[in-house]
Design a protein around this ligand. Structure first.
Ligand code: PAF
Length: 287
């Protein structure tokens, strides 16, 4: 039987546990989440357990990354289910702070990462990355892990977090974990639960379309042609498209003429009321 996982709700209690591990010479990994855990999150926890002696999972639905019109109130929550899943993976500690612990009434600081936050999701969700950067900076400083693990599915977020850790000299290695997909290709996401049965049948087209765009570009199709074909296919299938872009995999700068290094095709779109994002690498040309 899986052992129970301890939960702490205060920064003080978190630091006490981490300090004891450090005193015993153990390394620590942090996996920040907003809960409602699915196989995608669990793969990050497995990666954390492989890369460090101890794995802490934070569960906090972070209000500062939601706009007033977004789904903060209805965001899926399942603390009991999450605890069971984390116990089965032998997670060492859950950090599940209250909102007051993270944001006391006179909280006044915002972390803003320029450049990689701009465009893509940052264009239509202007508050999102500063909310993410603020909470992730806090979580990293609260826990001071050796590594912190984030999913490649939120690719722009991963680069924002890497940049903030570097710029603020937070001594942590940011590790990306591969996207975990349903058998039909849909990237796992807590928000998939919002999809109606009809939308769920359409949703895998997001992944197959960006795979096709990436393959076409790798095969030498002009970039704008390939992107336009992908955009048209998604719009025809009822997606309300936010962006479908080809970007440099490190800088996220647009690539217009030729792919001469690692590149990714990224997409963000609404299907009904559900916002979905996904991304894939452009396959490397054979020499
Ligand atoms: O990806 C998420 O679940 C969240 O954006 C994160 C990184 C936990 C910050 O709230």
């Amino acid at each position: 039987m899986a052992k129970r996982v301890g939960t702490v709700r205060s920064v003080r209690a978190l630091r006490k546990r981490v300090a004891a591990w450090r005193a015993a010479g153990e390394t620590v990994a942090l996996v920040p989440t907003m809960g409602a855990l699915h196989e995608g999150h669990l793969s990050l926890v497995r990666l954390a357990k492989k890369r460090a002696d101890r794995a802490v999972v934070s569960i906090f639905v972070n209000p500062t990354q939601f706009a007033p019109s977004e789904d903060l109130g209805t965001y899926p929550r399942d603390e009991v289910g999450d605890r069971k899943k984390l116990a089965a993976l032998d997670t060492d500690l859950i950090f599940s702070p209250t909102e007051k612990e993270m944001y006391p009434p006179d909280f006044s600081t915002r972390v803003q990462v320029a450049d990689v936050s701009e465009g893509l999701c940052g264009a239509s969700r202007p508050q999102f990355f500063s909310g993410v950067a603020t909470v992730v900076a806090k979580l990293l400083i609260q826990c001071l892990p050796d590594i912190a693990v984030f999913g490649d599915k939120d690719y722009q977020q991963l680069l924002v977090v890497r940049r903030l850790a570097r710029d603020l000299d937070i001594p942590v290695k940011i590790v990306g974990g591969p996207v975990v997909r349903e058998p039909d290709g849909l990237a796992m996401s807590s928000r998939n639960a919002y999809l109606t049965p009809k939308e769920r049948r359409i949703a895998p087209l997001l992944h197959s379309t960006i795979e096709d765009v990436a393959a076409d570009i790798a095969a030498g199709r002009p970039i704008e042609d390939a992107l336009t074909a992908g955009r048209e296919r998604l719009i025809a299938a009822a997606f309300d498209l936010d962006y479908l872009e080809l970007r440099d995999a490190q800088s996220l700068k647009p690539i217009e003429d030729e792919v001469d290094g690692p590149a990714r095709v990224l997409v963000g779109a609404y299907l009904g009321r559900t916002r979905l994002i996904d991304n894939v690498a452009v396959p490397r040309k054979r020499p």
